[in-house]
Design a protein around this ligand. Structure first.
Ligand code: TUI
Length: 323
């Protein structure tokens, strides 16, 4: 345990380390969330577009792995959002993160179930609006992130949101190691959320091909598609994104583009179709070089951040002593 890295956010959520695993649709199953929570972070099941009975099984899986707190990400564009809200409330899921919208109308139900609510935001205005609700923290997600993204980047957005709100801020987008953790804390965040890094985790049930596509990626391997449909999504460049770009150039209707994208994430994650499918990943994919157990990712990040801080302190100490 390390005092510096035990932020108020950790106390609020009941976790040992300020590291949250992104609730990625299809990728963030009970196995992954359970492993992250067991290792002292906050594991989060990604409900995505899944119906309640599927998510209920993932909740049971986490509870069979660990007694520690965990979360469910409620994707607010899901056709099953109503039944997912009912499920997480009934199952008393400790933490609910929300994405792709405003959870305002569901907050009272979450609170009745004893769930702490942590919405994802992509701007200061949205973050401020969320603080009128009974929430425990906000996740400020920059456009470096994988999947559905906003316009601002993490570096510029975090300090502005930290200054604008009175709840703990969790930085997301572009973070995958101890350097990113330390940088985020320096910007005033009290924690970090990682998605792409946890895809390349032993306990993650995504296809080997999906993990290998991330390992192979470089800094410029991702692209944002779907700007014309109003649903910009960051993915690895492949045959699928080139087809999508062609459709956008040709001025295809947003409905046609949306229809073409349907089921493509599942195909990539579950069937390993990484050429024709949608391989959602963040810009930090280029930094990820190996598949590790969740516990190694978490303790490695904390160790790296602490060593960086120690080294800096020693240097300052030496300077003060005129060495
Ligand atoms: O939600 C995500 N990332 C996602 S969701 C997803 S599934 C999907 N697939 C295709 C199209 C759309 C979704 C894949 N990746 N990240 C969290 C996030 N939330 N990023 C941005 C936002 C967000 C956007 C608008 C949060 C709130 C919001 O509010 C709008 C408003 O004014 O209420």
């Amino acid at each position: 345990m390390d005092g510096f890295f035990q932020t108020e956010l950790c106390q609020r959520l009941g976790i040992d380390y300020p590291i949250i695993q992104g609730g990625m649709a299809w990728v963030a199953t009970g196995e992954l969330a359970g492993a992250v929570s067991a290792a002292g972070g906050l594991g989060v099941i990604g409900a995505g577009n899944a119906p309640a009975e599927v998510v209920a099984e993932e909740i049971e899986k986490v509870r069979s792995i660990t007694d520690k707190p965990f979360g469910v990400n409620v994707m607010l564009l899901s056709p099953f959002v109503e039944e997912i809200v009912e499920l997480v409330t009934r199952k008393k899921v400790p933490v609910v993160t929300t994405g792709a919208g405003n959870p305002g109308k569901y907050i009272s139900r979450f609170k009745e179930g004893g769930c702490q609510v942590v919405p994802v935001v992509s701007s200061t205005a949205l973050a401020k609006r969320m603080t009128r609700l009974d929430i425990s923290a906000v996740i400020a997600e920059g456009g470096e992130a994988g999947g559905h993204v906003g316009k601002l980047n993490t570096m510029a957005m975090i300090p502005q949101i930290v200054d604008a709100v009175n709840v703990p801020v969790i930085a997301a987008g572009g973070i995958a190691d101890g350097r990113g953790l330390l940088a985020a804390l320096t910007l005033g965040a009290q924690g970090v959320q990682l998605g792409t890094r946890f895809v390349c985790c032993e306990e993650c049930t995504a296809s080997q091909a999906y993990k290998e596509a991330i390992i192979k990626a470089r800094d410029r391997s991702t692209v944002v598609t779907g700007r014309s449909t109003g649903h910009p999504v960051r993915v690895l460049k492949n045959i699928f994104t080139r087809e999508l770009e062609k459709m956008e150039e040709q001025g295809c209707k947003p409905e046609e583009i949306e229809e073409f994208g349907e089921d493509k994430l599942r195909q990539a994650v579950c069937e390993g179709k990484v050429d024709e499918g949608s391989v959602m990943a963040g810009q930090i994919a280029g930094l990820i070089g190996e598949i590790l157990p969740a516990e190694k990712i978490i303790t490695g990040m904390i160790r790296e951040a602490r060593q960086l801080l120690d080294k800096q302190c020693q240097q300052w100490e030496a300077e003060k002593n005129g060495k």
